[in-house]
Design a protein around this ligand. Structure first.
Ligand code: NAD
Ligand code: DAU
Length: 357
């Protein structure tokens, strides 16, 4: 049994689906079901006894203690977070609460649990902290990609809160000897991605004939990784990663945002031609994001060399799969946009807690 936090979100949801597709080891999934949590992503697991879902907050120490005591997981894989940079600019408080206080709460609960374990169970236990390349700050055009020893220079409330959580995890290793490992990954894309983030927003807006908002000059660069490659990397690190280490995960796919938007438009032109002409006509430059980091790039040689992980998808294959997935799953998108996925949640897991939306 492993405990996954944030397993109803984009990456956590893909991770749970992949985990149960490749292993019979059960998952206890703790997720608060904020606006970003969506159990429809996990609908294919309905009735599967290997998946136990528990709606709750990682800041709730009594709940985390109860789950650890009841299910005795051999590992915690910690995805739960507030994840959207734009939201962090408008409301940073929730980012500090979930990303910093929540990680602290989990670490303390995990420390108490791990301390009481003995023998092989104690030796096997792992706390895997899922983090981001944004903690390293912004690169200039000629700078080398981020390695694991790059200084932390977070620039947004989101990345600062993730940096704080990384530091807590590091301190729990050095001070208490907790068996932790941290991964810092670049921008993910793929199925079940909430359409507030660049790639799903462009797909969904284009199909609706709405403007495709590109921040600033569109030349900010991100490194893109297909979400299932990230999930595979986490599985490998969980299995073989060295304790106390951090591993950067990336796809060697640096691209300016405007190129990404053109690639998405070209795929839609091919797969769902629009009588009005190319979807690229909808591209609209808008005001830049405050403090917008110019460039991220990941040096993934450590995980490749030490653990033998490599991405299976190129950007070309991954983005095609992603656009095809959105075309094939309009109900998932429509339910997210209308908020009606919440009715399903309310019916199955009690009323929505509006204070956390
Ligand atoms: P997401 O926003 O899609 O999902 C986050 C999930 O966490 C949601 O299901 C939400 O309900 C849950 N959650 C939020 N607050 C909670 C709380 N207090 N208690 C319990 N559950 C809570 O995020 P994502 O894009 O899947 O990112 C997952 C993790 O990966 C995050 O830690 C993020 O920092 C990290 N990450 C994301 C990316 C990316 O490109 N999306 C890249 C690198 C790292
Ligand atoms: O680098 C990893 C990070 O990637 C994760 O830690 C975050 O959780 C995840 O949200 C993502 O952060 P970004 O800010 O890079 O992702 P986003 O999709 O919001 O934006 C990608 C780029 O596209 C960024 O340079 C801003 C730009 N953008 C975004 C949106 C939503 C636009 O130009 N227009 C948009 O409408």
């Amino acid at each position: 049994m492993i405990l996954v936090t944030g397993g109803a979100g984009f990456i956590g949801g893909n991770f749970v689906l992949d985990w149960l597709a490749t292993s019979d080891e059960p998952v206890i999934n703790l997720d608060a079901l904020t606006y970003a949590g969506n159990l429809e992503t996990l609908a294919s697991l309905a009735g599967d006894a290997r998946h136990v879902f528990r709606r709750g907050d990682i800041c709730d120490r009594a709940l985390v203690d109860e789950l650890l005591k009841t299910y005795c997981p051999r590992a915690i894989v910690h995805f739960a977070a507030e994840s959207h940079v734009d939201r962090s600019i408008h409301g940073p408080g929730e980012f500090v609460r979930t990303n910093v206080e929540g990680t602290f709460t989990l670490l303390e609960a995990a420390r108490a649990y791990w301390s009481a374990l003995e023998g092989d169970e104690k030796a096997a236990f792992r706390f895997h902290h899922v983090s981001t390349d944004e903690v390293y700050g912004s690169l200039g055009p000629d700078d080398a990609p981020f390695t694991e020893t790059h200084p932390y220079e977070p620039n947004s409330p989101y990345s600062a809160s993730k940096a704080a959580s990384d530091h807590l995890v590091r301190a729990w290793y050095h001070t208490y000897g907790m068996p932790v490992v941290t991964t810092n990954c670049s921008n993910n894309y793929g199925p079940y991605h909430f359409p507030e983030k660049l790639i799903p927003l462009m797909i969904v807006n284009a199909l609706a004939g709405k403007p495709l908002p590109v921040y600033g000059d569109g030349k900010n660069v991100r490194d893109w990784l297909y979400v299932k490659d990230h999930c595979a990397a986490i599985r490998v690190v969980l299995q073989k990663g060295r304790l106390g280490e951090t591993y950067n995960i990336g796809g060697w796919n640096e691209k300016p945002n405007i190129d990404i938007v053109h690639i998405v438009c070209a795929l839609l032109d091919e797969l769902r031609p629009d009588a009005a002409g190319s979807y690229s006509r909808l591209i609209t430059y808008v005001k830049d994001r405050p403090g917008h980091d110019r460039r991220y790039a990941i040096d993934a040689r450590k995980i490749e060399r030490e653990l033998g992980w490599r991405p299976a998808e190129t950007f070309e294959t991954g983005i095609r799969k992603t656009v095809e997935w959105y075309l094939a799953n309009p109900e998932w998108v429509a339910n997210v946009q209308s908020g009606s996925y919440r009715d399903w949640v309310a019916a199955n897991y009690g009323d929505r807690d509006d204070s956390r939306a």
